[in-house]
Design a protein around this ligand. Structure first.
Ligand SMILES: Nc1ncnc2c1ncn2[C@@H]1O[C@H](COP(=O)(O)OP(=O)(O)O)[C@@H](O)[C@H]1O
Ligand SMILES: [Mg+2]
Length: 368
């Protein structure tokens, strides 16, 4: 068990400034997901923790002790890669047992550990097979088993299920979660898939271009994204983002969206809080925060349904709002056909505001 602390980590590959002053603490037993687009520095960060990559400055501490001078093999950390990297000539059993062979453990003790891990991963009946006779998911179970069998201080996983097909990925996600609940092992897990991050993480650390954007629980980053990047990276279907203008007339507060300004009602409490952003205001609202009615309703604006995407459990309806589009999530079949007029409002409680220049969220309270 271990706490991993990253302090002011910097890493260059030549001129490429890949990790930019990264500060992050992974608590003992915590499952932290590093989430970000391809090339943002996730793998490099993980490799630095493992000791497979040298850093240019900063400190990596495990349980309070700096580990830069420790070789990878002495850090007691296990690493699971996206590609299975099993020994093809060894059975699943021997692949899992491999890390224990060097430790001069008794055969009985090795056997006990291999079988315990295999039981947890539900691959007991596959132990005699070679990798070529295993499915992709089972190969990755074996790879995870090999990492777990030593009971390392911490587990690092780099897109461990990224190469699997969608259905298997979903299954493995559930299993990884269960495994973590059973084993309580400090885990740093890398993915570019926000659904995976949301479903697995105790906390998500979101990176972009080597810069840590936000760290928080899945609901914190979903409900209170720190900036435009996080707002658009987390959540599916993605949050609507549109330029916005604050309008105030006859004591009523409205926010106009898009370029030619169809305006929606908002509580007047937002006015003083947004006055600093002036013309640099962006509004963000997830599709579930765009509320529709069939008939003319107070506080709603008449809009045209442009495209309807039926997704089974619900529909996503593209609304034409002047020159802008907003996507709304509705009950399936709520809007009959494209071109229909409906009545829309934006739920102020589900609205986010951003400064378009900095990209930073402007935290607005509705009850002030
Ligand atoms: N060994 C390397 N040599 C040179 N550049 C590298 C090396 N490894 C990664 N990079 C670069 O560092 C950046 C971050 O890469 P990486 O950590 O692999 O990102 P991610 O895992 O988030 O996709 C990328 O621009 C990548 O091209
Ligand atoms: Mg990577």
């Amino acid at each position: 068990m271990a706490e991993i602390k990253l302090q002011d980590i910097e890493k260059y590959f030549g001129d490429n400034y890949v990790i930019r002053k990264l500060n992050l603490t992974i608590e003992n037993k915590e499952f932290v997901v590093l989430l970000g687009p391809s090339g943002c520095g996730k793998t490099t960060t993980l490799r630095a923790i493992a000791g497979l990559e040298e850093i240019d400055s900063g400190d990596i501490l495990i349980d309070g002790k700096p580990v830069q001078d420790l070789r990878a093999g002495d850090r007691d950390i296990a690493f699971v890669f996206q590609l299975f990297a099993l020994y093809p000539h060894l059975t699943a059993y021997d692949n899992i047992a491999f890390p224990l062979r060097a430790t001069r453990e008794s055969k009985a003790s090795v056997d006990e550990k291999v079988r315990a891990v295999a039981r947890a991963l539900q691959i007991e009946d596959l132990l005699s097979r070679r990798p070529s006779a295993l499915s992709g998911g089972d190969m990755q179970r074996v790879a995870i088993g090999r990492a777990l069998v030593r009971r390392p201080k911490a587990m690092l996983m780099d897109e461990p299920i990224g190469a699997l097909d969608a259905k298997l990925r979903e299954e493995m996600r559930t299993e990884l979660k269960r495994l973590h609940l059973e084993n309580d092992q400090t885990t740093v897990y890398v993915t570019h898939d926000q659904v995976e991050a949301m479903s697995l993480a105790d906390r998500i650390a979101i990176m972009n271009e080597g810069v840590l954007q936000q760290v928080g629980t899945p609901s914190e980053v979903y409900d209170n994204p720190a900036n435009l990047f996080v707002a658009q990276f987390v959540g599916s279907p993605v949050m609507n983002i549109t330029p916005a203008n604050l309008q105030s007339a006859d004591g009523a507060t409205k926010v106009a969206v898009g370029q030619d300004g169809v305006a929606f009602d908002f509580p007047s409490a937002i006015e003083p809080q947004l006055s600093g952003a002036h013309s640099d205001l962006m509004l963000g609202v997830r599709p579930e925060g765009v509320l529709l009615a069939h008939n003319k309703t107070a506080g709603h604006v008449a809009v045209e349904a442009h495209i309807i995407e039926p997704l089974g459990a619900y529909d996503i309806v593209d609304l034409k709002i002047g020159n802008a589009f907003l996507r709304a999530r509705t009950a399936s079949g709520f809007v009959d056909r494209p071109g229909d007029m409906v009545w829309a409002r934006i739920d102020p409680a589900q609205t986010h505001f951003f400064n378009s220049l900095s990209g930073d969220a402007i935290h607005v309270r509705l009850d002030e």
